[in-house]
Design a protein around this ligand. Structure first.
Ligand code: ZN
Length: 154
């Protein structure tokens, strides 16, 4: 559901008042701190190897970034994209920026696989019902992503 159905709360969140992603940035441990964003992964993911990158400071839209922040965010995205591709062996990565639920700039990264439930179309996380990791598999994935992240770009 879109966050703007509650206009008062939406107006507060737009300016960062009570923003759930700001709260996450303050309290949740990332897999890695990047230049201007954080690499977040969790076991309850909609797709194996799914990651999301919240921008570290509260900002809503890409055009509100300074030139240097925009360039740094793209470096973060490209660095993680390279690592997720290497760690997952995905045939394609989907990158999505919405912010319809929480107006704080963040990017979703969905690895795509042959035969995945959304082949031929976009991911709909609301339609994911089953766990995507077998027991112990998420820890292995985290390790592979961190290892790939540490490798310099070719
Ligand atoms: Zn925020």
């Amino acid at each position: 559901m879109s966050g703007w159905r509650d206009p008062e709360r939406w107006a507060r969140w737009v300016v960062g008042d009570g923003c759930p992603i700001c709260r996450s940035v303050a309290t949740d441990a990332p897999l890695a701190e990047l230049e201007v964003s954080r690499l977040m992964m969790s076991e309850d993911a909609p797709m194996r190897g799914y990651a999301w990158l919240p921008f570290r400071r509260h900002v809503v839209e890409l055009h509100q970034l300074t030139e240097s922040e925009g360039a740094a965010f793209m470096r973060d995205i490209r660095r993680v994209s390279r690592a997720i591709a290497a760690a997952t062996g995905a045939v394609k990565l989907n990158h999505e920026i919405h912010g319809n639920t929480v107006p704080h700039l963040h990017l979703h990264m969905f690895p795509r696989y042959p035969g995945d439930p959304f082949e031929g179309g976009p991911i709909d996380p609301r339609r994911i019902r089953d766990a995507v990791y077998r027991p112990g598999e998420f820890e292995l994935m985290r390790g592979r992503v961190l290892e790939a992240l540490a490798r310099p770009a070719a």
